[in-house]
Design a protein around this ligand. Structure first.
Ligand SMILES: [Ca+2]
Ligand SMILES: [Ca+2]
Ligand SMILES: [Cu+2]
Length: 216
C-alpha cells in the first residue's frame, strides 16, 4: 500500500494525529510544510517460532528544514544488556518503496531470515544509527557504538544528524534493528554459527529483529 504524505495546516493536526495512532504505518504532519515526519510500527522480522525474537516498537523519522534528519526508535522485547545494530535501509538516490521481509524471505529455508535474505525487501544500508561518531554504512556493525537494551529489554534511541542519503529518502526508508539472543544465554555467541556478514560476528548479533517502513 502506498500512502501519500499529507500536507496540511495546523488546524488539521488533531485529525492527523488520530489517524496516526490507528494506522500501523502512517505519515503524519507538522505545522511547517518543510518538516516531513514519518511514523512506523516496528514489527518482528522472524517467525513467532524463533526463540526470543518477537520484539515490537515504533520509530519516527523527521526531515528537518535545517537539512538534518531526526530518528527516534523505541523497542520492547529485545535481548537485555546487549547492543543492537540499527540502520536505515533503502535505495539511495532512487526512492522506491520496498518493505520489510515477509514469510518468503527465508530462501534457504533454515527457519531464520538472515540479513542478506532481507536485502531484496529493505535494501542496503543508508545510515548506521549509531549513538555517536560515524553513521555511514562502514559503521554497520560497530557494536560498541549502538544502543544497548536495558534490563527489561527496552531500547530507546534518538539522534539528529546530517546525512544526505537519509534526508533524500526519509519517506521511503526502512528502520531495521538487529540482534537476537536465540539461545537466551545473555550474550551473542556462536552456537548458531557465524554471521554471513563476517566470521568474526555471531549470527545472533546480525539477525534482523524488528523492521518498520512505509510498506508495512
Ligand atoms: Ca534463512
Ligand atoms: Ca546467545
Ligand atoms: Cu540493518
Amino acid at each position: 500500500m502506498k500512502l501519500t504524505p499529507f500536507l496540511v495546516g495546523g488546524a488539521a493536526l488533531a485529525l492527523t494525529a488520530a489517524t496516526v495512532t490507528t494506522a500501523s504505518a502512517a505519515h503524519d504532519t507538522n505545522p511547517s510544510a518543510k518538516v516531513a515526519s514519518y511514523s512506523y510500527s516496528l514489527d518482528p522480522v522472524q517467525m513467532a517460532s524463533v526463540p526470543n525474537s518477537q520484539a515490537t516498537g515504533k520509530t519516527r523519522i523527521k526531515s528537518l528544514p535545517n537539512g538534518k534528519v531526526q530518528v527516534t526508535v523505541e523497542v520492547d522485547g529485545l535481548a537485555p544488556f546487549l547492543p543492537h545494530a540499527m540502520h536505515l535501509h533503502g535505495v539511495d538516490g532512487s526512492p522506491m518503496d520496498q518493505g520489510c521481509p515477509d514469510g518468503h524471505a527465508d530462501t534457504d529455508h533454515d527457519g531464520l531470515t538472515n540479513v542478506l535474505e532481507g536485502l531484496p525487501f529493505y535494501g542496503g544500508i543508508l545510515t548506521s544509527l549509531t549513538t555517536k561518531g560515524d553513521m555511514t554504512p562502514s559503521s554497520a556493525l560497530a557494536l560498541d557504538r549502538f544502543p544497548v537494551a536495558d534490563a527489561s529489554g527496552h531500547l530507546s534511541y534518538s539522534r539528529t544528524f546530517e546525512n544526505a542519503a537519509a534526508l533524500a529518502n526519509a519517506g521511503t526508508v526502512q528502520v531495521v534493528v538487529h540482534g537476537l539472543d536465540l539461545n537466551g544465554n545473555g550474550v551473542y555467541d556462536f552456537e548458531s554459527g557465524p554471521s554471513e556478514l563476517g566470521a568474526q560476528f555471531p549470527l545472533e548479533a546480525t539477525l534482523p529483529a524488528v523492521c518498520g517502513g512505509i510498506a508495512n
